[in-house]
Design a protein. Structure first.
Length: 241
């Protein structure tokens, strides 16, 4: 399983290296959003965590478009008929894409001084860990969407419809405590809400939820999605259609 995962993850890194424009594509828009909105509110710290999450979400999810290309080119079908364990296939694709998304999100950490935030050494370490967990979670979301989608156009439509509401209801635009009660109920069902809360806590910004609770919920979502991915990959018919 480990060998299969390493080989597939390495392949994702090589493909990314050949498409360097993806770095600018996924990082530039959230950076621009953060700068313009923060300047408008004259508060660069308020939207910092949410902007990092936005860049990470889109990078992690859209990295899985390579899965659709692999299916069309026959590479995925070739992998599926080998003796390689299905868990290694899932792990390799997910870890490769998640690592790339995590690396791109680190660009934002260079702007910590501009945001006026001083999280300290352990705060930055905490951010790195939380960003890695978010990257894995949303790479799994993208993997599941890409596994079922017949084309990149369908993938784009479904993912955009899913990601933007999740981000807007995460506490990135308005705090959980400021929301209407029915909106708070929706936010509590959103795993991204707890990710933003953890990021804010690491950055020294007031968090909306307890860190242990937020971490447990994120970990539960990640494990559950990984289990679903394993079950779907076990049905190899989607790899060849």
């Amino acid at each position: 399983m480990i060998l299969t995962a390493v080989v597939l993850a390495r392949r994702e890194l090589i493909k990314f290296w050949r498409e360097k424009a993806r770095i600018a594509g996924f990082a530039a828009a959230p950076l621009l959003f953060w700068f313009v909105v923060s300047a408008g509110f004259n508060d660069f710290a308020r939207f910092y965590g949410g902007s990092i999450a936005l860049a990470l979400m889109f990078s992690a999810v859209f990295s899985n478009m390579t899965l659709i290309d692999d299916r069309k080119e026959g590479f995925l079908a070739g992998v599926m008929v080998t003796p390689a364990p299905r868990s290694g296939i899932v792990l390799g694709k997910v870890l490769g894409a998640a690592f790339l998304a995590w690396l791109q999100s680190l660009i934002f950490l260079l702007f910590l001084p501009l945001a006026g935030l001083k999280p300290g050494f352990f705060g930055v370490l905490g951010c790195l860990g939380i960003l890695a967990l978010i990257a894995i979670l949303f790479t799994l979301v993208g993997f599941l969407c890409a596994w079922k989608m017949p084309s990149t156009q369908a993938f784009h439509g479904v993912v955009n419809m899913l990601l933007m509401p999740m981000w807007m209801l995460s506490g990135s635009l308005f705090r959980f405590e400021e929301a209407h009660p029915w909106m708070q109920m929706a936010m509590q069902l959103n795993p991204m809400t707890y990710a933003i809360s953890l990021l804010n806590q690491c950055l020294g910004i007031q968090a909306s939820f307890d860190a242990a609770l937020s971490l447990a919920i994120l970990a539960t979502w990640t494990i559950a999605l990984f289990g679903i991915a394993l079950a779907w990959v076990g049905r190899s018919d989607y790899a060849t259609t």
